[in-house]
Design a protein. Sequence first.
Length: 141
Amino acid sequence: MATTLSLEEQQRILSKLKDEGFVDDQRYAECFCREKYRFNNWGPIKIAQALRAKQINSSIIAQVIAELERERTKQKANGENKLVKLLYKKLQSIPTSLPTEKRYVRLMRWALSKGFTYEETEQIVRRITKTNESVLDEYPE
């Protein structure tokens, strides 16, 4: 049996949830960003776009994306580059019979649709498609 709450009761409950930290845009944005980067392999651009679509404050989005970039920089410094691994995995699914240019375009389109920057993607894809060798050796796990 569904009960209907008055507007006053709804506002009281919402205020209590906000006061106790259960309804918090900052917390939500941080969790959303972590989840989408780790499990959905989204890049910073796509994450920011999704948060804007959810009407999260732009200053919160900027903070969350800055934190993600710091985390990615640490990973790169430790020899881990998620984008390289993702692109190399995607390359395995592209037929080798395709010309290099078409493989390049497919990899670029895929990475950009995932929300990674053009500059970062282009640099890695160019190396992967030109050399036809694993660049994973440069980024040990």
